[in-house]
Design a protein around this ligand. Structure first.
Ligand SMILES: [Zn+2]
Ligand SMILES: [Zn+2]
Length: 175
């Protein structure tokens, strides 16, 4: 399986270089970092000053090739359904991750490149897990734990727990 990583809007390019390399090191799928696309204006909600994750996923589905999956990564703030914001959102073949609220600067903290990369990697792996059919996990250390604030992102690991790993092997999920 090929998985294309697409920056949506401006993302510090190094972040995605490092993350793509890390994903290729860990998983069997081939991760390819593609060139950036602009964020579609149509997905912008001016009342919320946020972008609609579902609409962004629709855009990614339009540019998706057969037999690949796409992870879009954006620094813009996204929301989904009733949630005030989302770190990410996934369907079967397309997913999106927003670094907006993963960035320490969002919380008035100093720039911390390593922390931003760590958090983004966790949320990218989380959405990839969903694309391959994994649900949320109750183990707060598991990457599939649903984090609704950044402290939960920090508390979890960037790996699947034993139970999720077993589930993947039983269900023949090969990432
Ligand atoms: Zn999730
Ligand atoms: Zn788990």
């Amino acid at each position: 399986m090929n998985i294309r990583i697409i920056p949506i809007g401006d993302i510090q390019p190094n972040i995605l270089d490092i993350i793509t390399r890390e994903l290729n090191r860990r998983f069997k799928s081939k991760f390819i970092l593609d060139s950036k696309i602009n964020i579609p204006d149509s997905s912008y909600d001016k009342f919320r000053d946020q972008y609609n994750a579902e609409m962004l996923l629709n855009e990614l589905e339009k540019i998706k090739n057969p037999n690949e999956k796409i992870v879009g990564v954006t620094s813009y703030d996204i929301y989904s359904g009733d949630l005030n914001f989302a770190f990410g959102e996934a369907r079967k073949d397309v997913a999106i991750v927003s670094t907006n609220r993963l960035n320490p600067t969002f919380y008035g903290q100093p720039q911390n490149f390593d922390l931003l990369i760590k958090r983004t990697l966790k949320e990218v792996i989380h959405e990839i897990g969903h694309m391959f059919g994994l649900p949320h996990c109750h183990n707060h250390e598991c990457v599939m734990y649903f984090a609704n604030s950044v402290s939960y992102v920090d508390d979890k690991k960037d790996e699947f727990c034993k139970e999720c790993t077993l589930k993947m092997s039983m269900e023949g999920i090969k990432i």
